[in-house]
Design a protein around this ligand. Sequence first.
Ligand SMILES: [Fe+2]
Length: 197
Amino acid sequence: MEMWLCGTCKHLAVGGEAPNQCPVCGASHDRFQTFSEGAQVDEQDQIVGSVTEGNLKSAFATAAQANRKYLAMAAQAELEGETEAGEAFRLVAEDATHTALALAARLGWLRGTLANLEDSVDGEKYESETMYPRFAFQARQEGFADVATYLEHLAAMGRDHAGRFRETTGLVRADLGRAGAPAAPPHRTDAGKPFQR
Ligand SMILES: [Fe+2]
């Protein structure tokens, strides 16, 4: 994964090339420099367990939710013929995507595909075995039977997702073995659960 650091605002751009312009502060292309994996890991080690790490996780959740919410609102605006509102929602949704990717990178969640898959299996397991069953139980207790049923279906979907990631993990491990690649970084059990506060 190539990452680029804005020398002005410290935004981390995730992607193949540095952006033409920083989406956060507007700095030009030449203000970006490659952000090395080593620098990311050092920073991550220092931030683990701090209030700031918790705040960055909350900011990631907010930006990721804003992205999905604004895309839904863009679709509604377009259905209503409100083209300019649709464009505004899509523009801000795109900025929210940049923000969420930058925060994920700064939190050290982009650590290579094998590690990412292992973290994601944990995240889907948590959703399907703990989070959605508890939410469904509580919904049923409060008399929201339809909501409970829906949440139980989401738990089943999470099990499918975990299975898909698990299968893919085996394939990637085989690929890395053939290529003689170095071992993945240590497994972080919290990285698959970015939405937990
Ligand atoms: Fe910037």
